[in-house]
Ligand binder design. Structure first.
Ligand code: ADP
Ligand code: ADP
Length: 224
């Protein structure tokens, strides 16, 4: 069974923009899936629909065998989301910010898990630093740590390397690979073909709200 099963999903925003038009997508447990498409293709809207941040116009979303719209809370607590924009209280300490995220989705406080997450992202030594004192790369790691704070089974990374330099991009790729090796299913969005090529097991190409191709990476790369 797929961990995520999206059927005929459409979203037309007030104002008339159709961001998603009949998307069907099944995500397998344990894979890295790259949603590849240009700006405005509908990638963020798709993530928002699964994470309960917006209401689809039509279609169904099943995650972990549950209806994501009816059982939003149950589903959301099993999902981690790293949004495109860095978003946190810059004056907060790294560990406090991650603890705060852990509490958001109803998880019991688990300091051991937070330590594990901070260590796995090489943030442990920075745990008492203020977020604003960290480098851009470290700030991105804090975003990932916050998304992992409640131990999600499915992780969304929205444009994880947009606007970052080559070195930081490679660092992010390593981090994402490590997460997959630990068993997390990962869906990332990107407009870099090379990122899909480097990271993904399967790739979906999306444009103007339509999923044009979904296939194993090698098959997609041969077609592009
Ligand atoms: P992507 O993440 O691929 O760049 P988005 O899902 O952000 O694409 O956007 C898809 C389309 O929906 C774009 O045309 C965008 O302008 C539009 N859009 C996104 N969010 C909103 C919104 N809240 N209200 C109206 N239109 C939106
Ligand atoms: P404190 O730990 O100072 O008593 P809180 O319990 O309210 O304060 O918050 C715990 C930590 O979470 C603090 O470091 C605070 O700055 C941080 N925090 C509060 N709101 C947010 C937020 N929206 N996003 C990230 N971190 C936050």
């Amino acid at each position: 069974n797929p961990i995520l099963d999206i059927r005929n999903l459409s979203k037309t925003y007030k104002g008339g923009t159709t961001a998603l038009a009949g998307v069907d997508l099944q995500i397998r447990k344990g894979e890295i899936f790259a949603l590849l498409g240009p700006n405005g293709a509908g990638k963020t809207t798709l993530i928002g629909a699964v994470c309960g941040l917006l209401r689809p116009s039509s279609g169904t979303i099943e995650a972990f065998g549950k209806d994501a719209m009816r059982q939003w809370r149950d589903v959301r607590r099993r999902i981690g989301l790293v949004p495109q924009e860095l978003a946190f209280d810059m004056f907060a300490q790294v560990d406090h910010s991650v603890q705060y995220s852990q509490g958001l989705f109803g998880s019991a406080r688990n300091d051991a898990h937070i330590e594990e997450v901070l260590r796995s992202l090489s943030l442990w030594d920075k745990r008492t630093a203020k977020i604003r004192e960290l480098s851009g790369g470290m700030k991105r790691r804090v975003m990932i740590a916050k998304a992992l704070s409640h131990d999600p089974e499915l992780l969304f990374l929205d444009e994880p390397t947009a606007g970052v330099d080559v070195e930081l991009r490679r660092d992010m790729w390593r981090q994402i690979g490590t997460l997959r090796d630990r068993g997390t299913t990962i869906i990332l969005t990107t407009h870099y073909i090379e990122e899909a090529q480097e990271m993904a097991d399967r790739v979906g190409v999306i444009n103007k709200g339509r999923l044009l191709l979904v296939d194993e990476k090698a098959a997609i790369m041969a077609k592009l």
